[in-house]
Design a protein. Structure first.
Lengths: 112, 119
């Protein structure tokens, strides 16, 4: 157990639908990062939150949004889903030190 | 913008032998951290080793060591005595830090190298 919890582990949904992925960071970590990994691809940075505020944004589609709540858990909302959104979505948390980058086990999203 | 390049899409090695995975990066900043992550077939991202840019000494974690060449912006990973469980995708990653050691910005990954260890 890395200390970063992602739910659900697997999600199958139809095109056009909306889903919410949840991430609970490691205790004490204020930063949460979201990454997308398509099949056999590298990790694409989507967005970062730090203590409730958006800190950095990557190639995140307008159909996607995220937020971090006062208890520091984060949610990634994906709407109007397309087949190409099928991927593994990772959450990572950090305490901004050298030692604090920890990944969750990911949510595998399949859009059919 | 920072970039990370892994020029070897795939590598293979015999069990018990040594293999080196290459990584180069590009930045104009002086303070940063470098990492190698392992992603086995389970797809879990596992931190293998980390290096602070200001440290000359190369990091070592058991069978894993790095060759950090700051001037050349190179950060290779050496795996000694390769084991079947080392079979995985390996990612090199980079993040900026300030002079106080606090990182900021995103963790930037290379495209990965698939390593296969053969018995």
């Amino acid at each position: 157990d890395s200390g970063v919890t992602q739910t659900p582990k697997h999600l199958i949904t139809a095109t056009g639908q909306r889903v919410t992925l949840r991430c609970s960071p490691r205790s004490g970590d204020l930063s949460v990062y979201w990454y997308q990994q398509s099949l056999d691809q590298g990790l694409q940075f989507l967005i970062q939150y730090y203590n409730g505020e958006e800190r950095a944004k990557g190639n995140i589609l307008e159909r996607f949004s995220a937020q971090q709540f006062p208890d520091l858990h984060s949610e990634l909302n994906l709407s109007s889903l397309e087949l190409g959104d099928s991927a593994l979505y990772f959450c990572a948390s950090s305490d901004s030190s050298l030692y604090g980058y920890t990944f969750g086990s990911g949510t595998r999203l399949t859009v059919v | 913008a920072q970039t990370v390049t892994q020029s070897q899409p795939e590598m293979s090695v015999q069990e018990a032998e040594t293999v080196t995975l290459s990584c180069t990066y590009d930045t104009s900043e002086n303070n940063y951290y470098l990492f190698w992550y392992k992603q086995p077939p389970s797809r879990q991202m596992i931190l293998v080793i980390r290096q602070e840019a200001y440290k000359q000494q190369n990091a070592t974690e058991n069978r894993f060591s790095v060759n950090f060449q700051k001037a050349a912006k190179s950060f290779s990973l050496k795996i000694s005595d390769s084991q079947l469980g080392d079979t995985a995708m390996y990612f090199c990653a980079f993040i900026l830090s300030n002079a106080g050691g606090t990182s900021y910005g995103k963790l930037t990954f290379g495209q990965g190298t698939i390593l296969t260890v053969h018995p």
